[in-house]
Design a protein around this ligand. Sequence first.
Ligand code: GDP
Length: 299
Amino acid sequence: LVRLRQRLAGSQGGLGRSLLSLLSRDRLDEDTWESIEDVLITADVGVAPTQELVERLRTRLRVEGTAAGDPKAVLREELVALVEPTMDRRLQVSGEDGAPGVVLVVGVNGAGKTTTVGKIARILVAEDRSVVLGAADTFRAAAVDQLATWGERVGVDVVRGPEGSDPASVAFEAVRTAVQTSADTVLVDTAGRLQNKQGLMDELGKVKRVIEKQAPVTEVLLVLDATTGQNGLIQARVFSEVVDVTGIVLTKLDGSAKGGIVVQVQRELGVPVKLVGLGEGPDDLAPFSAEAFVDALLG
Ligand code: GDP
């Protein structure tokens, strides 16, 4: 939480400060409301959510006036509501009836999948869980090596195949290893080639099918780079159409002033942001909480 605050303070803090200074003007006239809208849209909150938020703020601050309370508290409440604080953000890393939990990690190349798999493994190992990693991004030797490095760093086994081997067979082997060794969780890193929807659907569909011959997939995490804006949202939509995404990991929030994307992607996909990436290091992954996120924004 402290780290979330620190990391966001640098990149997102401007958003909270701008909003608060606009709201503390003596007169909240049309120009001020427009400026508030601009600030929110620039932070990637999206047009419709921005309009809803501004409408709620206007009503509460103008109509209820001072009865609404301190503008900062009102803003905090409305921002938290926008981030949907009641969504269930727990990671499903445990299987049932002795089966391992199976977490499939999907997303376009460069979004931060491999790094996220390594960071999640580290958290699980710290909780004394036994973990197996599957390097099913077999199209890029670098991705497999990168995952192997994470495996060494974190101290977990990495199942890999020869370069160019079938991602589904690597995923199958990884889950088989997890079943045989009674591991708690297997994390499967997948390829993110978004050449066309059909190709992606065939590939991820096959990976999921072969895994489920052995154990149900308990979580499908879509990794999304927070700095990619509308483009990232379009990609997110494609992935959610080919596989049942159960949670979002928003990466590179440390280097982005676009934290508002949280609101848009949750609405777009109807699934919660569960984790946020706050840097390249092994500890730079935090569980997402609407309240902590908004507090970090507001400073
Ligand atoms: P993949 O292709 O989706 O597997 O992406 P990678 O895991 O290889 O990550 C791509 C690049 O983004 C690497 O240089 C990572 O170190 C970097 N990266 C991943 N997550 C974060 C994050 O939360 N913050 C920052 N600043 N960089 C990140």
